[in-house]
Design a protein around this ligand. Structure first.
Ligand code: PXL
Length: 279
């Protein structure tokens, strides 16, 4: 069985980050170790959330694992709690990177044109250092704009997305997948770029008329799980997009769920079936 480590926060309520990554990656038949970057009462879209930053645990956890000669098939980072812990996360990458494992960075920090409340304007430059060490990054358009300095647009064409992908690739990662891309009303998806081969790909699916918290984490977790199950990047991204849409579809009936995340649990049988069909 493949083993990965996911580095992101525990939001105790409001399905996102580790409370989403763990069950999804486990359901995909991949062992998921964790390094919690912080413990929060809820994600940061709630008012008055509590947050205990766990920066001081990252180094000791990594050193213990090194002493135990632990190896990971992938390292997957999501929400990092502070600029202070960026150096520790980069050190962990250096400690566990091998010739054949994969570093996947979801540079979680912003959406809809705005940084998340816990981050200051210096944070995107710090996140760029994490992206520089990745094999694959999966930003949304807001994060991509903050990482590259290119303008954030809600109306664009394919040349803007290609420019964004190339600019992101200059940060370092071989593969870049931009999420939340839409060239046509009613269709939403992902466009990706392989810097080494100079090739592009895309996958679009239904754009359902709702947005829920935590869907970026559902997408990234599924993509990592798919890659670990041996899917090529384009298929892992397509599975991630399809599963995310399925989760949203199942959640549409309860619109009060907006800040509480999607019903990814109910869609797990769909995910497992898709994996089985791909064999
Ligand atoms: O879903 C991304 C995410 C993860 N963790 C925390 C967040 C957010 C987005 O707001 O606040 C704590």
């Amino acid at each position: 069985m493949k083993r990965i480590v996911s580095i992101q926060d525990i939001s105790c309520l409001g399905k996102c980050s580790l409370t989403v990554a763990l069950p999804i990656i486990s359901a995909m038949g991949v062992e998921c170790s964790i390094v919690p970057t912080a413990v929060l009462s809820t994600h940061t879209m709630f008012q008055n959330f509590t947050c205990k930053d766990l920066t001081d645990q990252i180094g000791p956890i990594a050193r213990h694992w090194q002493a135990e000669k632990i190896r990971f098939d992938a390292i997957y980072t999501g929400y990092l709690a502070s600029a202070e812990q960026i150096g520790d996360v980069c050190d962990l990458f250096d400690a566990f990177k091998t010739e054949d494992n994969l570093i996947v960075v979801d540079p979680v920090m912003a959406d809809n044109g705005k940084l998340y409340p816990a981050f200051g304007p210096e944070f995107p430059a710090e996140m760029a250092k994490v992206c520089a060490k990745a094999d694959l990054i999966v930003p949304n358009l807001t994060e991509a704009s903050l990482l590259t300095g290119l303008p954030y647009r809600t109306e664009y064409d394919e040349s803007y997305i290609r420019e964004m992908l190339q600019s992101l690739a200059k940060l370092g990662p071989r593969y870049v997948a931009l999420t939340g891309v839409s060239f046509e009303k009613g269709r939403l998806g992902v466009m990706y770029y392989d810097q080494k081969e100079g090739t592009y790909g895309s996958y679009f699916t239904e754009h359902l008329p709702a947005s829920f918290h935590g869907t970026g984490d559902v997408f990234a977790s599924t993509c990592v799980g798919g890659l670990m199950r041996g899917l090529p990047l384009g298929e892992a991204l397509a599975l991630a997009a399809d599963y995310t849409v399925e989760c949203i579809r199942l959640t549409l009936a309860s619109p009060e769920a907006k800040w509480y995340g999607v019903e990814f649990e109910s869609a797990i049988p769909y995910l497992v079936k898709r994996l089985e069909e791909g064999k």
